[in-house]
Every structure is written in structure tokens, then in C-alpha cells.
Design a protein around this ligand. Structure first.
Ligand SMILES: [Zn+2]
Length: 290
């Protein structure tokens, strides 16, 4: 390819597939749009998502510090919704009064969940007891506010399941999602039995992820969500570069292939699932006023 060709290709807007087939409706249920990686071209990123059929993007906070930026994005872009919570890797300085801050931020009318919260034994940035304390208190807050939770689990399945089972959310019909699911079928089954959804991300397209693909094919269709976790976990064929919400379509395409269903049907099912789980106050108000 010559230089001129390269430049032309680079400036072309991103298209995942045939634009003739635009009836597809997708939701990126987990995207860190406030990340520095998007600072330069955020408006284009949101536009490309819309062009790829992604009508809604849910942006979870990870710390008290980034919550204002996340809510500012929800204010700026109609397609963007937010979740507020403290990620286990930013919970090292956890103080019980942070719950007051979270409760206040959660009153924003585009907040649809408490997240992302959970346990991370891989990075080990926060002492385990502190991670547990932060998770327990945030689960209780979600129960109090009637919001679902977005759960991060890295190499901590046993404890995550135990804490979820032991929280005031237990017994609720749709308590939340195990985001970027990466554990085994046994964990999936236990979470599904508790009413949790499973969120699938870019790794579904990775060569060595056969076990994950089996789980994604086997989980009930009414319990499956698609997400990017952008800027991380970029699906193939873009792995190695920045991920962005438009690429959730690549995850959905792989899911469609695995389940032997048309992409439009996967789009419809996962979008319906996300609407079912994440009902914002703005939506609820709308429903009530109709
Ligand atoms: Zn995340």
C-alpha cells in the first residue's frame, strides 16, 4: 500500500460492517469513556458508536475522583448513561463516609447502576479486607437505592459469589451484571441462579477463549449483555489498539455466530436485556408520565 492509500484509509470513518444493514440496535453496557484515551476525539467516538448502531453507552465510574467526569459525559451526550461506584483497585483509601458521597452522586437522573464495584485479587492494589468492606457497603447502598450493580471480578470468583449471596441484594430478581465475565461455567451458573446477567467483551473474539465462547453460547439469551470495557479489551481484528464503543458490534457479531442467530436478533435481545436491567430515573419518569 502506498502512502496516499494509507492516509486515505486512516481518515475514513470506521465501519464495522455493511452500512446497508443499519436496523441493528446495540448497547455498550460498560465503557470507560472518561478515560484519557478518549480525550482528543470523544465526539467522534460517540458519533462512530451511533453509526455502528450503538444507541446507548453506559459509563461506570471507578473512583470518587472520576465521578464528576462520568456524569459530565452523561450530561453532554444523550446516548451516555452512568454508574457510580468505587472499583476495588481504587478502594485502598476506603472510608465508610464515601457511601454518603456515592448516595449523593447516585441521585443524578442518568445514573442507572452502582458500579463498577467488586474484587480484584490479580492487581492486589487494595488489601483484601478493605476490598470486602467497600464491596459490602456498596452492595447495601444499591439495595437501598433500588439500583442494580455492575460487578468486577478478577480471580476472586469464590469471594465475589459469597459476598453477593450475603448482601441485601440477594433474592432480588435482577440484582446486576457480572461484567466482562471471565470465570468458568460453574461460576456463571451460580450467578445466573442469583438472577445476575453476564456481560461479554472483546475476549469473546480471542483465539484462546474457547471456554468463554462455550459459556456465551450456553447462557440463557435473556441474561446476556454485550460490552466493550473500552479503552481496554479491544476485540479482533483491532486487538492491540484502543477499544471504543462502536466495537461492541464485533462482540455482538461473535455472539450471534456462536448462537447461530442473526445479528439483528442478538442486538434486539441484548438491548432489551440492558433496558430491563438498567432503568434510569429519567426513563422511569418517562414511563410514569406516559
Ligand atoms: Zn471496567
Amino acid at each position: 500500500m502506498n502512502e496516499a492509500d494509507g492516509a486515505a484509509t486512516e481518515s475514513k470513518p470506521f465501519l464495522v460492517a455493511d452500512t446497508a444493514e443499519l436496523t441493528i440496535d446495540l448497547v455498550d453496557t460498560h465503557c470507560h469513556l472518561d478515560d484519557d484515551a478518549f480525550e482528543r476525539d470523544i465526539a467522534e467516538v460517540v458519533e462512530r458508536a451511533a453509526a455502528a448502531g450503538v444507541g446507548r453507552i453506559i459509563v461506570p465510574a471507578i473512583s470518587l475522583e472520576n465521578i464528576p467526569a462520568v456524569l459530565a459525559l452523561a450530561d453532554r451526550f444523550p446516548a451516555v448513561y452512568a454508574a457510580v461506584g468505587i472499583h476495588p483497585n481504587s478502594a485502598a483509601g476506603w472510608r465508610d463516609d464515601w457511601i454518603e458521597n456515592l448516595r449523593r452522586w447516585a441521585a443524578h437522573d442518568k445514573v442507572v447502576a452502582i458500579g463498577e464495584i467488586g474484587l480484584d485479587y490479580y492487581w492486589d492494589k487494595t488489601p483484601v479486607e478493605v476490598q470486602h468492606r467497600a464491596l459490602r457497603q456498596q452492595l447495601a447502598l444499591a439495595a437501598e437505592l433500588g439500583l442494580p450493580v455492575i460487578v468486577h471480578n478478577r480471580e476472586a470468583s469464590r469471594d465475589v459469589l459469597d459476598l453477593l449471596a450475603d448482601s441485601p441484594l440477594a433474592g432480588r430478581e435482577e440484582p446486576g451484571v457480572l461484567h466482562s465475565f471471565s470465570a468458568n461455567w460453574e461460576v456463571a451458573e451460580t450467578a445466573l441462579a442469583m438472577g445476575y446477567y453476564l456481560g461479554f467483551t472483546g475476549p469473546l473474539t480471542y483465539k484462546k477463549a474457547d471456554e468463554l465462547r462455550e459459556i456465551a453460547a450456553r447462557a440463557p439469551l435473556d441474561r446476556v449483555l454485550v460490552e466493550t470495557d473500552a479503552p481496554y479489551l479491544t476485540p479482533q481484528p483491532h486487538r492491540g489498539r484502543r477499544n471504543e464503543p462502536a466495537y461492541v458490534r464485533l462482540v455482538a457479531e461473535r455472539l450471534a455466530e456462536l448462537r447461530g442467530l442473526p445479528l439483528a436478533e442478538i442486538g434486539q435481545a441484548t438491548t432489551e436485556n440492558s433496558r430491563q436491567l438498567f432503568k434510569s430515573r429519567r426513563q422511569l419518569n418517562h414511563v410514569i408520565s406516559v
